[in-house]
Design a protein. Structure first.
Length: 161
DNA sequence: GCCAACGTTGGC
DNA sequence: GCCAACGTTGGC
């Protein structure tokens, strides 16, 4: 099992949008970057876990956890000429764009902001925190996953006490 | 709204 | 195949 971080602008699709979707599940469509596409198509597997990150948000933060419920398959939106994500250059017989399906697992409350994450020495090499990193589907190491989920539990405890 | 960093495009 | 120009991302 592997770990990932998916970025989304909350104005376009937020974690609460995922939670209110049928089965709390959605096809992760609209990815138009080849490096991210390759991960969606070739690498990400059912059962993998995903941090749901809000970019261009105030503040930018990890806001939830999701899991992969269907591995890579051709993205329907790219082949639907009525859809905003339609790509006329993609050949339906050999589609360019792929998606996976994810399902919400739980809210991360309070959110783990970018500032919170930068403050953690163990996360110094995280892809998200690298300067100029724009990849919208990115790998998370097991060590990073553990540190971050522990942070999430810790801050919950603090709030209670 | 600004702008640095990045990915893609297209002329040559 | 190089690289300048352009468009996009995304933090601030």
């Amino acid at each position: 099992m592997a770990y990932w971080l998916f970025k989304s602008e909350p104005e376009s699709f937020s974690f609460s949008d995922l939670q209110s979707a049928p089965n709390q599940t959605t096809g992760w469509d609209g990815v138009r970057n080849y490096q991210a596409r390759n991960l969606l198509r070739d690498t990400i597997q059912v059962g993998d876990q995903v941090f749901f990150y809000h970019s261009n948000a105030e503040p930018p933060a990890i806001v939830g956890i999701a899991k992969v419920v269907q591995a890579g398959h051709p993205e329907p939106s790219a082949l639907d000429h009525t859809h905003p994500y339609y790509d006329e250059k993609s050949d339906p017989g050999n589609p360019t764009w792929y998606q996976v399906k994810i399902q919400a697992v739980k809210l991360v409350e309070p959110h783990l902001t970018l500032t919170d994450l930068r403050a953690v020495p163990e996360l110094a090499n995280m892809v998200l925190l690298k300067k100029g990193s724009r990849l919208s589907v990115q790998p998370v190491t097991e060590a990073e996953w553990k540190v971050i989920t522990t942070l999430a539990k810790g801050s919950k405890k603090e709030k209670r006490g």
